[in-house]
Design a protein around this ligand. Structure first.
Ligand code: ATP
Ligand code: MG
Length: 201
């Protein structure tokens, strides 16, 4: 019994120490500004995370916009829901780039979508923006990295931007405030399971 009590006390003391450290960090975080978030890596969950943040923002009555740089030929669950809630969407005209494989038309389509993104980045009324799969456009050279970095730097102070996609460029990671890398541990597709409506798209 006495032994149990000591364990409890030790637990309590440890938790109090953790709480003090967390409280100290919360008190120290005083800056208020919009964020650039990058979600990259080879695992599943990047777009899901981006759309989760948009859903969170919509729940707080924030104004949101989504650009999708790569779209499949299938229907889009997130768009079906979020457009009804007033989220503006801009979906790149071509399908998967690795399906079209036409550099000229892909560049044109990416540039058209990027020009809408630039407009949003200059619009103070938009609180949270998702650039889904933008990293590929930079990798392929369809969208200029310097232009992206410049537009992000000049955006309204309280505006947040989420960028998703594999292999985010080093400079994009540098300018971001929060960067997460989703690691692939395993994926159902690798064992022959089809992409599932409502879970994968
Ligand atoms: P999600 O949209 O599910 O969050 P994601 O944005 O992290 O996925 P993408 O590379 O954009 O990943 O791929 C989109 C599609 O590919 C989704 O249907 C997803 O389930 C699937 N996918 C993601 N990661 C993997 C993987 N490591 N292996 C196989 N398929 C994957
Ligand atoms: Mg994705």
């Amino acid at each position: 019994m006495a032994d149990e009590q000591t364990k409890d006390e030790r637990y309590k003391a440890r938790q109090q120490k953790v709480k003090a450290q967390v409280d100290e960090k919360i008190a120290a975080a005083q800056e208020e500004k919009g964020l650039v978030l990058v979600v990259t890596g080879n695992g599943k969950g990047k777009s899901t995370s981006g759309f989760g943040t948009i859903a969170r923002a919509v729940g707080h009555e924030k104004t949101c916009a989504v650009a999708q740089f790569i779209k499949g030929t299938w229907e889009n669950g997130e768009r079906n829901l979020l457009e009804k809630l007033g989220v503006e969407f801009c979906v790149m005209a071509t399908g998967f780039t690795w399906e079209t494989q036409n550099k000229e038309s892909d560049t044109k389509a990416a540039q058209e979508t990027w020009s809408t993104c630039k407009k949003w980045l200059a619009d103070e009324s938009i609180d949270v923006i998702l650039f889904d799969e933008l990293t590929y456009m930079i990798t392929y050279g369809y969208v200029d990295l310097d232009e992206v970095i410049d537009a992000l730097a000049k955006r309204p102070k309280m505006q947040s931007v989420i960028i998703t996609g594999r292999a985010a460029h080093r400079r994009l990671i540098e300018v971001a405030d929060t960067v997460s890398e989703v690691k692939n541990v395993k994926h159902a597709f690798e064992s022959g399971v089809k992409a599932l409506k409502g879970v994968d798209w």
